[in-house]
Design a protein around this ligand. Structure first.
Ligand SMILES: Cc1cc2nc3c(=O)[nH]c(=O)nc-3n(C[C@H](O)[C@H](O)[C@H](O)COP(=O)(O)O)c2cc1C
Length: 392
């Protein structure tokens, strides 16, 4: 019989060689409606797909016969040293994937020596993450109808020692993630099919619901009507909390209140990047929300060079969307990003095996980045630049 290549099918964490393998472990471990929540993009998922194809459209040009035995991937992020050019990005409802949830993600980030960003829609109180995980913590902020919620989050995050605030600006008109919505008959109410599928995942039921009960939006509990704090079907509930009235005036208001580093997450144009710099931001996250908001959106990688040319000397530039390989990280840095944010890549690790799974995801990404630097003939991120890239 001829030898056949078999894709990764089983074997757990240690046999997961890459992020795609981890995704497969995660897919088997959690019910379909949970996986769909993580996986889905909006509408035709064109933004989601293009986030990946924009990386594939760039090729790397190695330099040969360079001694790279002393290579490293340390960088400065917001003026402080980080062990890798990575930040774990904000994602809501992490407690639905694994009981370790936000604490597992934050601990894995702290162990590696990179920042973790806690979502406003987290299932753990921001104070508990600071106490139980420590490390470099960034707080993501959604400004909702009730501005008192944002004031409350900012003052609590400042008291708890969070290093930076990440103001997300691209979700106030919520994206329609159709595959995710199909799992619910109405907001927060999974279909019978989704419920039966959950019963076919007893490991997840015991681990997630057995350990902590139904995950809740713990940061917002005081502000939500009874029953609305349950995080089941969060992406069908969250839209009701937002309204499209946030403007640059809100940024000015936030800048007055928030005393530390401030980033704005949702920038995709030079004009908006310039405005963020003028209003006193310390950084921007160039992002299309992982393809979950505007469909047919430009990809962060496409617009990165022009944004770097305009504000790269004034702002810390973080990029996200579609980061799955060390080659992706190196390409983004070569185009001038100071760091990349992970979204789904680290969530696959969390869903696969909690904190250990996140550690494995970070280990995969940093090992790949190290190998790519070596193969390119680069001793550090400082050696990267547009000269190592060709568009195909
Ligand atoms: C399940 C999930 C939940 C998310 N929740 C938030 C959130 O609460 N706040 C936010 O600013 N971005 C959120 N995002 C967007 C991520 O921060 C990030 O921009 C995106 O995931 C990057 O793309 P990638 O997943 O392809 O790496 C979420 C993304 C996912 C996949």
């Amino acid at each position: 019989m001829p030898w056949k290549r078999r894709p990764f099918s089983t074997g757990g964490l240690t046999r997961a060689l890459n992020i795609s393998d981890l995704r497969e472990v995660a897919r088997r471990r959690v019910p379909g409606f949970v996986f769909e929540y993580v996986e889905g993009g909006s509408e035709d998922e064109a933004s989601l797909q293009c986030n990946r194809t924009s990386f594939a459209a760039l090729r790397l040009v190695p330099q040969t016969l360079v001694d790279t035995s002393s290579r490293h991937q340390r960088v400065e992020i917001l003026g402080r040293s980080a062990a890798a050019p990575l930040v774990i990005g904000p994602t809501g409802l992490n407690g639905m994937l694994h009981a370790d949830g936000d604490i597992g993600l934050a601990r894995a980030a702290a162990k590696l020596g990179i920042p973790y960003t806690l979502s406003t829609m987290s299932t753990t109180r921001l104070e508990d993450v600071a106490k139980q995980a420590g490390g470099r913590l960034w707080m993501q902020l959604y400004v909702m109808k009730n501005r008192a919620i944002a004031e409350n989050i900012m003052s609590r995050a400042a008291d708890a020692g969070y290093e930076a605030l990440v103001f997300t600006t691209d979700a106030n008109v919520f994206g329609s993630r159709e595959w995710d919505r199909r799992s619910y008959r109405q907001p927060g109410k999974p279909t019978l099919r989704a419920q039966l599928d959950a019963l076919r995942h007893p490991g997840w039921l015991i681990e997630v619901l057995g350990r902590n009960g139904i995950p809740r939006f713990k940061n917002l509990e005081a502000f939500l009507p009874p029953g609305a704090a349950s995080a089941v079907g969060g992406s069908t509930i969250i839209p009701q909390l937002f309204e499209p009235t946030i403007t640059w005036d809100d940024l000015t208001w936030i800048r007055r209140i928030w005393p530390r580093k401030l980033l704005i997450k949702g920038v995709l144009s030079v004009a908006d990047a310039e405005r963020a710099a003028a209003l006193g931001c310390d950084g921007i996250v160039v992002t299309n929300h992982g393809g979950r908001q505007l469909d047919s959106c430009v990809t962060p990688l496409d617009v990165l060079p022009e944004i770097v040319a305009a504000v790269g000397k004034r702002l810390t530039i973080v990029i996200d969307g579609g980061i799955r390989r060390g080659t992706d990280i190196v390409k983004a840095l070569a185009l001038g990003a100071n760091a990349v944010m992970t979204g789904r890549a680290t969530l696959y690790g969390l869903a696969a095996s909690g904190e250990r799974g996140v550690e494995r995801a970070l280990e995969i990404l940093t090992t790949e980045t190290d190998r790519v630097l070596g193969q390119l003939g680069c001793n550090s991120v400082a050696n990267l630049g547009p000269h190592i890239l060709r568009r195909c």
